[in-house]
Design a protein around this ligand. Structure first.
Ligand code: NDP
Length: 403
């Protein structure tokens, strides 16, 4: 059985009473903006230490001023002068580059939102883990590409990892960590994305604009495409394996197009516990922000009579090969999830840039996995090497798929 968030109760809950110091890694994205929206509603409860972005200087500077951040970091170091100009006349420290991202994560904030997209979030997230912070983890790619090492570091540094992904947050709310052996299975619900009920013959010509239009959730481009290919659910399967003390074959996926039940835990007595809510990421984010207490959100309250019916459908694993690919990867373990994550990031980016077709994404991931020998990884530097190799191989494969 793997380690997970089960040891959370032995963590020193709150060093500072009701007041929290906050850092948001990836503050300009969808999760970052939702997080700051909650913080802005009760500013007296929070002090913002650092905010970070990749290249969106204007939004980052606006947020940093509004939230009186101590530091603003832009990962793209060619934009440092722009950031300095945008923050001139304030006391906010402007910094740029990957090392500065790390410095932001290292600042003594009680609570860190990890919401950079992709494996780029791994290093700063680990930095926050290593100083024993409470980390609200939205960046699932971190756990997919380096799950074992991340969880080891969480344990070793007495850090706290709180799941932000709505499914994992739901599981976290209903999982009986004291009697984990009484859990029969975890069921991750999936909206199915925009194409779950389309015929596979219609998927060949899907454009990036269509793929990013999610029916229920407003999210960043990468996760929206992952949701459309259902790779997102596969990544979440791996994420759940590392977060919760269950075996690989205790994880199930079901399509639930209304996105009201966010996931379920079934117990050996036949009881099934679920968490429900309207599809608004501010609900799971608030659970991690207030944890161990609940806080009020402006989210629409759930009215089941308004919704009328909830549907559940078995996913079509032929139409969505990503699910099978991720199941195999989870079984293989070792470097396989790292290869999966890196090749998927490369393929999604190629699709968004119009270089490949929608259905090519899963093929490229599958071919990359076929080409690279899976091995046991001993260190984080192994993770970086595998990630780099998989990106190169996926890039080469993509040239053969060009539209
Ligand atoms: P977005 O694309 O909306 O935002 C990503 C954020 O990361 C932005 O602040 C972006 O900066 C920054 N960023 C991008 N690339 C880099 C980089 N190389 N280095 C440093 N910073 C970078 O993504 P989302 O908010 O949708 O998703 C963030 C994470 O949360 C993902 O891992 C996703 O899977 C996960 N998640 C998201 C959900 C959602 O509802 N959106 C739900 C559950 C999980 P800039 O704006 O400058 O580009």
């Amino acid at each position: 059985m793997n380690i997970g968030v089960r040891d959370i109760d032995r963590v020193n809950l709150s060093s500072s009473g009701d007041h929290k110091t906050i850092t948001v890694l990836g503050s300009t994205g969808s999760i970052g903006c939702n997080t700051l929206d909650l913080i802005a509603r009760e500013p007296e409860k929070y002090t913002v230490k650092a905010l970070t972005a990749n290249s969106n200087v204007a939004e980052l500077a606006k947020q940093a001023k509004e939230h009186k951040a101590e530091m603003a970091v832009i990962a793209d170091d060619s934009k440092l002068d722009d950031l300095k100009t945008a923050l001139s006349g304030t006391n906010i420290i402007a910094a740029a580059g990957k090392d500065a991202l790390n410095e932001a994560a290292d600042m003594p904030a009680d609570w860190v939102m990890s919401s950079i997209v992709g494996a780029a979030g791994l290093r700063p997230t680990l930095t926050a883990v290593r100083r024993g912070a409470t980390i609200a983890l939205a960046n699932k790619e971190c756990l997919v590409c380096a799950g074992e090492f991340m969880m080891e570091q969480v344990d070793a540094n007495n850090a706290t990892l709180l799941p932000v992904d709505s499914e994992h947050n739901a599981i976290f709310q209903v999982f009986d960590f004291d009697e984990a052996e009484k859990v029969d299975k975890i069921t991750l619900t999936a909206s199915g994305g925009p194409f779950w009920n389309r015929d596979v013959s219609e998927l060949g010509d899907i454009t990036p604009e269509e793929a990013v239009k999610h029916p229920n959730w407003s999210m960043g481009a990468k996760i929206s495409v992952d949701s459309a290919t259902m790779m997102n659910k596969g990544l979440e399967l791996i994420e759940a394996f590392y977060m919760f003390p269950v075996e690989k074959d205790q994880l199930d996926i079901i399509i639930h197009p209304q996105s009201i039940i966010h996931s379920m835990v079934s117990y050996i007595d036949g009881s099934v516990l679920a968490q429900l809510g309207t599809p608004d990421m501010r609900i799971p984010i608030s659970y991690t922000l207030g944890w161990p207490h609940r806080i009020k959100t402006p989210s629409k309250k759930l009215d089941l009579t308004e919704i009328g019916k909830l549907e559940f459908i078995k996913p079509d694993e032929v139409k969505f090969p990503s699910i099978n690919i991720t199941r195999e990867v989870l079984q293989k373990g070792g470097s396989a999830p790292t290869i999966l994550n890196a090749s998927n990031e490369v393929a999604v980016s190629a699709f968004l840039n119009g270089k490949i077709r929608f259905l090519d994404i899963a093929k490229i991931v599958g071919h990359t996995l076929d080409k690279i020998t899976v091995h046991h990884m001993n260190s984080l530097s192994d993770v970086h090497d595998v990630d780099e190799e998989a990106r190169i191989v996926a890039g080469e494969i993509i040239t053969g798929f060009t539209k």
